[in-house]
Every structure is written in structure tokens, then in C-alpha cells.
Design a protein around this ligand. Structure first.
Ligand code: MTE
Ligand code: MO
Length: 399
């Protein structure tokens, strides 16, 4: 086990470093690799694989191969506790030695190449942001019941979303240590996991004051499954941009195209135009869309009488300013109450009282965000099942 609770002086000083490399070395590395693909991870900080929480029983999660889906009904407050936060892993969680951890910051868009130790990241000014993370494929498993077509990928219902308090240096402050050149364009973040999961973004998003290299989650060091010892948190963008086990920041002087904005995280299918986005197969998705969901099992069983129900509404251009609910499958709607605190980068918790009468019912909720975006009435099927956000019919039996 890697301990991060005890820090003797030696380990603190070992973690506390910035090594500057030469631009020449970075140039060699780039030309050897054709300037596009990062090399396979051979980072000495990766010392194994973390124990797999998804084989543990009993578990509060819905298990989906390497992923863990939150049961939304278990989340009663504004913040998702760490141990209930969904996990989306493209390969097993790497176990990282915090003393050997070094974040590599490099690329032709920077004046220097740096390696930054965990202690240095910890000693920089820390910014705290309460933000929700949502997988682009959250709700994917519901395409089938709503459209008749099954999207490819993990069949999540409504639990690939959570909201936490993140803190760490801003990504911009770390980039400033290395200094941008005048022709820097894109910032690519790469994980230390086996799949070297990565995501690129323009400078404006990388320098957004809410975009963090988070070291802490809900006042704890990041849990292993959520990216220990450092992860990106990119509020407003799909969860896939919030690279866990962050090992590398590469700043390029051209727009970056890699798997996660060309073949994955693109909108493709019969209802989407082709080829306009080359080299991407379809429109790459960045921002999250407005959604709302009830914190109830699917389907739910309730006794008759008044129930105070709650749920969560969120938008990449948040906050959500209005939530309505319907108990007749969307024929009539009433206002739900949005509960404080309202934080733009977070989700909004809403509640309402439903006087349940015996029988089978369909509850629905719909949200409008502060940019005026509303949940659409018709689902737009896409082959990879991203960003479904119609008002969801939620079956409830009252007996
Ligand atoms: N290195 C790395 N980062 C990653 C991933 C991954 O597989 N590897 N998955 C991404 C996806 S698709 C999502 S939705 C979020 C999920 O974050 P969580 O597991 O902390 O909930 O992490 C993102 N960051
Ligand atoms: Mo995701």
C-alpha cells in the first residue's frame, strides 16, 4: 500500500522538486515519436495495480466491468461522498508511489520542459472548486428503451455522475511555471494508466480559473480510483477530459487530434452529418448538456401518501435555474424547488413533494440552465450513446 498519511521530512523533500530539461531533449523525443503519439507509459512511479473495488462484496455500486456506477438514490446531500463516487476506468487503476511521482510538462508550445514533484504541486497556491463530473455516456443504457436502438459502450443508467469539492493548483499556474511560447495552441493531458488515457483542450480551457490539477477530493487526498496523486478536473466538459493519474502535460503548436476527439467522444450515426469534422469521424463533444434525474431506484416502489422526492440537475453551462416535475408522464408540469447551495460548476439538488396514490406511474423531471438551454423532447440517437438528455420517464409503482 502506498501511504499518503505520514510524511517524514525525507519523503517531503524527495517529493518537492522541479527538474528543468532542455528543449533539445524534448525535440528528440518528439521526432522519435513522429510528434503525435505519446510513448507507452514506463514511469517508475507506477508500482502496480490498486486492488479492484469492483470485486468487493457487498458493494454500493452497480458493477460494469472496470467501472462502478453510483446508485443515485444513495446520494442524499449536495456532495457525493468519495466512497460512493462513480468510477470510469479504461484500464485498471494504477498504484502510484507519491515519492517517485513526477508530472512531466513539455512540448514545443513551452519555453522549458519540467518535471514537477508532488510536494511542489502541494506547495503552490491551491484553488478549491465544487464541480460535478459526468461521463459522456451517462444514461447510455436508456437509449434502448427510449429509441429502440442500443448504443455501443457501457450501458450506464443515471449513475455515471457525481459532485465533489476538488482542490489543487490550477492547470494554468502549472503551465506558467514552464512558460508558454507565442505559438502554443493545444494542451494535451495524459494519464499514467495502462491505456495512457488522454484529452486535448485549447489554451482558453486549460487556463480557465476553474480547471485544476486536483490533489484533494472532498478534503481527502485523491482516492486511488479517482486519480491519486493528481488528476485534472475540467468543469463543464465531459468527464473524459478530467484525466486521472496525470503524468504528462504536452503543449503543442498545432491542434491536437488523438483517439479521444476523433474516434471516441464524437457524435456519429444516421442522424449526424459525416466527414465535416475530419480527421474526426463526427463532431467531437466537449461541453456537458443540461439534464435532471431523480434519486430513486429504477423502477421505484413507494407506499401511498406524501413523499419528499429529490434529484440532481446539472449543465456544463450551469447552474440549472429551473426544474419541473410531472407525475403523469409529461402531460402536466409543476415547479420543483432548487436547494441551496447553487454553484455554477456543481450540480443542483432539487426536491418536491409528491402525494402518491396506488397504481403504476411515470414520474419525469426537466431542467433549464442559466444559458436558457432546456432538455429536448426528442432523443437524438448517436452510435456511441453520448449526451442523452431527454426528460427521463421514471417508472414508479405505488402500493
Ligand atoms: N487516466 C485516465 N483518466 C480518466 C479516465 C481513464 O480511464 N484514465 N476515464 C475518464 C472518464 S471517461 C471519466 S467519465 C472520468 C471519471 O472519473 P472518476 O472515475 O473519478 O469518476 O475520468 C476520466 N479520466
Ligand atoms: Mo466517461
Amino acid at each position: 500500500m502506498v501511504s499518503n498519511g505520514h510524511q517524514n521530512f525525507q519523503s517531503v523533500s524527495r517529493r518537492h522538486f522541479i527538474r528543468a530539461g532542455s528543449a533539445g531533449a524534448a525535440g528528440l523525443w518528439l521526432s522519435a515519436c513522429g510528434g503525435r503519439e505519446p510513448p507507452p507509459r514506463a514511469n517508475s512511479a507506477v508500482i502496480g495495480e490498486a486492488p479492484r473495488r469492483w470485486v468487493k462484496d457487498p458493494t454500493p455500486f452497480i458493477h460494469r466491468t472496470t467501472n462502478l456506477e453510483t446508485r443515485l438514490e444513495d446520494i442524499t446531500g449536495f456532495i457525493t461522498p468519495n466512497e460512493l463516487f462513480f468510477v470510469r476506468n479504461h484500464s485498471p487503476t494504477p498504484l502510484i508511489d507519491p515519492d517517485r511521482y513526477a508530472l512531466k510538462v513539455h512540448g514545443p508550445g513551452l519555453s522549458t520542459e519540467l518535471e514537477i514533484g508532488l510536494g511542489t504541486l502541494e506547495s503552490m497556491p491551491q484553488t478549491t472548486v465544487t464541480a460535478y463530473l459526468e461521463c459522456a455516456g451517462n444514461w447510455r443504457g436508456l437509449f434502448r428503451e427510449l429509441t429502440g436502438a442500443r448504443a455501443s459502450g457501457g450501458q450506464w443508467t443515471t449513475g455515471a455522475v457525481g459532485c465533489a469539492v476538488w482542490s489543487g493548483p490550477t492547470l494554468g499556474s502549472v503551465l506558467e511555471l514552464a512558460g508558454l511560447t507565442g505559438d502554443a495552441v493545444d494542451v494535451n493531458l495524459v494519464g499514467l494508466d495502462g491505456s495512457a488515457f488522454e484529452r486535448a483542450m485549447p489554451l482558453a480551457k486549460a487556463f480557465h480559473p476553474d480547471t485544476l490539477i486536483a490533489l484533494r477530493m472532498n478534503d481527502q487526498p485523491l482516492p486511488q480510483d479517482h486519480g491519486f496523486p493528481a488528476r485534472a478536473v475540467v468543469p463543464g466538459w465531459t468527464g473524459s477530459a478530467s484525466i486521472k493519474w496525470l503524468g504528462e502535460i504536452h503543449v503543442s503548436t498545432e491542434k491536437v487530434w488523438n483517439r479521444n476527439n476523433t474516434t471516441s467522444y464524437v457524435l456519429i450515426g444516421d442522424q449526424w452529418p459525416e466527414a465535416d469534422y475530419a480527421p474526426a469521424l463526427g463532431a467531437p463533444i466537449n461541453e456537458l448538456v443540461v439534464k435532471s434525474a431523480l434519486a430513486l431506484p429504477r423502477p421505484a416502489a413507494l407506499g401511498p401518501g406524501p413523499h419528499q422526492l429529490h434529484g440532481f440537475a446539472h449543465s456544463g453551462s450551469g447552474p440549472v435555474r429551473e426544474v419541473q416535475w410531472s407525475a403523469d408522464g409529461g402531460t402536466t408540469w409543476q415547479a420543483a424547488t432548487i436547494v441551496d447551495p447553487v454553484v455554477a460548476t456543481a450540480w443542483q439538488r432539487f426536491e418536491f413533494t409528491w402525494n402518491a396514490v396506488p397504481g403504476d406511474h411515470v414520474l419525469m423531471t426537466r431542467a433549464v440552465d442559466s444559458a436558457g438551454m432546456a432538455q429536448p423532447d426528442q432523443p437524438l440517437m448517436n452510435d456511441k450513446g453520448y449526451l442523452l438528455n431527454v426528460p427521463l420517464p421514471h417508472p414508479v409503482t405505488v402500493a
